[in-house]
Write a protein that binds this ligand. Sequence first.
Ligand code: HEC
Ligand code: HEC
Ligand code: HEC
Ligand code: HEC
Length: 122
Amino acid sequence: MVQKSWKVFVGVVTGALFLMATVAFAAGAPDKADLSKYKGTKSAVSLDHKMHVDAKIPCATCHHKAKDGKTVACGECHKKDADGATPSIKDSFHKTCKGCHDKAKKDKADSKAPTKCGECHK
Ligand code: HEC
Ligand code: HEC
Ligand code: HEC
Ligand code: HEC
């Protein structure tokens, strides 16, 4: 019995900490994400971060890996060239962003999700 209530206690505390971390974390989320640091030959893409968050896309859909429990720039792990199973920065964005947009277009033909080069690289 003692053991069980201890487990429940730990569960509640962990849950509360997690919730606090998520709120603190959301507070630091940018309205716009500037991706110009990854710019090469194509014009930099502007990500309306707030719009995507407001659309209730889970943080982890894009921030699929954290570092020390915090979101970090994709470029901390994804480099110019792929490294083993870690795709290049370009492929990591195209897979995440275009992947969902292609699906959104398939599900709803009049979706405003951009899928053409010039719609993202303006
Ligand atoms: C859904 C949005 C989206 C679409 C559509 C898209 N890209 Fe990108 N692309 C990005 C993002 C985001 C990055 C990484 C950040 C940046 O470069 O601003 C990127 C990076 C790149 C890069 C590497 C960086 C550079 O500037 O050289 C190239 C090259 C590129 N894209 C080419 C293309 C081409 C060609 C197409 C069409 C076949 C395309 N992209 C379609 C979002 C998109
Ligand atoms: C549609 C994809 C997407 C979603 C959903 C998303 N983000 Fe982001 N977020 C990004 C991208 C891309 C960047 C820029 C990363 C970079 O600079 O490499 C970013 C940047 C950030 C940053 C600033 C850079 C950093 O990591 O310190 C924070 C903080 C952040 N996001 C938090 C959140 C939180 C919290 C949520 C959920 C409430 C969330 N994001 C949802 C894509 C997303
Ligand atoms: C802490 C390191 C780290 C960060 C930060 C990170 N990634 Fe990754 N990512 C990886 C690794 C490692 C892989 C290789 C496969 C795996 O282990 O999941 C990967 C794989 C991927 C894949 C391929 C998944 C598949 O199923 O093919 C995509 C797409 C991707 N990352 C996009 C992103 C985007 C976009 C961001 C920023 C919003 C980001 N990653 C941030 C480490 C990271
Ligand atoms: C899980 C799904 C999902 C992911 C992941 C996602 N998007 Fe989107 N995005 C959408 C949807 C849905 C819309 C259209 C919203 C509407 O219909 O108004 C959209 C719209 C957009 C638009 C057009 C509206 C605007 O802000 O001008 C841009 C640009 C865009 N996304 C960029 C990106 C980039 C860059 C990434 C990757 C870092 C990304 N998106 C990742 C679902 C997604």
